[in-house]
Design a protein around this ligand. Structure first.
Ligand code: FAD
Length: 392
């Protein structure tokens, strides 16, 4: 097989990149190792409405529920409510990712990309100069070489494409949230709010979430910093949380997975290779949300790839505009949020309680995270001094 670009992975990053390149007339092949795109779902499925609408026209079938906002709960039970439009990238719609991921892949296919499921990339094909010449894939038990001018690695948190191209994408335990999630039926689910529960006992270095999916179903999960948990801890902690706090919840599905919270990695392009989405560690280090950043990076990568191919310069230097674009946009927030994550993961429950208490006096209706931080620093100058550079 031969094509202009081979995309490894049909998640939101891969499908957006594939669609944008196919729309520009490139011959694109997108590989997905699973037989069904989007399944199993390893995601709480929350995205902001405006964020999603700025990238695509959402099909109503992609959306399981719409929420009014977020509730944050401190370890001592103090609660704060934020409206949907102020709650960040993960609150607004709760998606049905089995349908959403397929929908995005379908859009790529309709634009002309060839989508190959049950096809796993095993390694890069190499040109004489050592750069990527395509991908060696495994399809129905047979090895299939797919030659391409450019390879895009959109292969998620467990990405190998970057490593094959000589980029260090390894994650330190403190830079990965290890997650477990149950889909639950629970009469106690509030269908109108995404809820976040903090506390070092319930989720060390992370939080418990409950994202409603309508009809009293919810994605109830937790993430724990890899440096602060033993193997198996997330599932054990989640069961414990359920027993103590949601006695009527009935578990319908279960998933485990990791989210990179490492902040921007050193490099996301090499000769004839780009990384997008979780494989480029572009998820938000505070929330772990990565759907919208993956989609945005996919669009940027697709645009730059089209120009680089028409200019005939697929060297790392020729692909550098992608690196520059994403760092100037989503990269800035990722870097800021990494600093916040490092700060919050050191806080005791008493610290978290006192921060939440000082937020009680604020009018949150018109405040985003930056505004909130500004007021918090004013109220707690000593404690939050190290974060002052984030609000100037
Ligand atoms: C428990 C949990 C909850 C989350 N909740 C949220 C949330 O509420 N909101 C949010 O925005 N984000 C959330 N995230 C993060 C979000 O799921 C990811 O950031 C997002 O899916 C990244 O998209 P992607 O396209 O980069 O990677 P993925 O969606 O992971 O897609 C990568 C694809 O590549 C395929 N693949 C991998 N290797 C190969 C190979 N060798 N050959 C072929 N195919 C391959 C995989 O099968 C997969 O389909 C959550 C993550 C977890 C684990």
């Amino acid at each position: 097989m031969r094509c202009d670009v081979v995309v490894v992975g049909a998640g939101p990053a891969g499908s957006m990149a594939a669609r944008h390149m196919a729309e520009k007339g490139l011959d694109v092949v997108m590989l997905e190792k699973r037989q069904e795109i989007g399944d199993p779902v390893r995601c709480a499925e929350g995205v902001s409405k405006t964020g999603l609408r700025s990238l695509t026209d959402p099909d109503p079938r992609w959306i399981a529920a719409e929420v009014r906002g977020a509730r944050l709960h401190a370890p001592d039970g103090t609660t704060m409510v934020m409206s949907e439009d102020r709650s960040g990238n993960e609150v607004g719609y709760v998606l049905e990712r089995k349908i959403f991921d397929r929908g995005l892949a379908m859009q790529a296919a309709l634009a002309g990309a060839r989508v190959m499921v049950k096809t796993r990339a095993l390694d890069l094909l190499r040109r004489p100069d050592g750069s990527a010449g395509g991908v060696k894939a495994l399809r129905f038990g047979e090895v299939l070489p797919i030659e391409a001018d450019l390879v895009i690695g959109a292969d998620g948190v467990e990405s190998k494409v970057g490593r094959w191209a000589g980029i260090d994408t390894s994650l330190k335990p403190k830079d990965i949230e290890v997650c477990a999630q149950f889909l639950v039926y629970d009469p106690a689910v509030d269908d109108d709010y995404c809820e976040f529960f903090f506390g070092n006992d319930i989720a060390p270095g992370g939080y418990v979430w409950s994202f409603p999916k309508g009809r009293k179903l919810a994605n109830l999960g937790l993430g724990v910093l890899g440096s602060r948990c033993q193997p198996g801890a997330p599932v054990r902690l989640l069961r414990q949380y359920l027993e103590r706090n949601r006695p009527e919840a009935r578990v319908v599905e279960m998933v485990v997975g990791g989210v990179p919270v490492s902040g921007p990695i050193e490099r996301t392009v090499a000769d004839r290779m780009m990384l997008v989405g979780d494989s480029a560690r572009q998820s938000d280090p505070i929330t772990g949300g990565g759907i919208l950043n993956a989609m945005k990076a996919g669009v940027m990568a697709g645009d730059v790839a089209a120009v680089a191919i028409s200019d005939g310069d697929l060297s790392a230097a020729g692909l550098m505009p992608y690196e520059e674009k994403w760092r100037e946009t989503i990269g800035r927030q990722i870097a800021r949020h990494y600093q916040l994550k490092e700060f919050f993961s050191r806080q005791t429950d008493e610290d978290l309680n006192s921060l939440m208490h000082s937020m009680q006096s604020m009018d949150m209706s018109q405040m985003d995270l930056r505004g909130m931080l500004k007021v918090l620093i004013k109220l707690n100058p000593k404690k939050l001094w190290e974060l002052r550079n984030l609000v100037v």
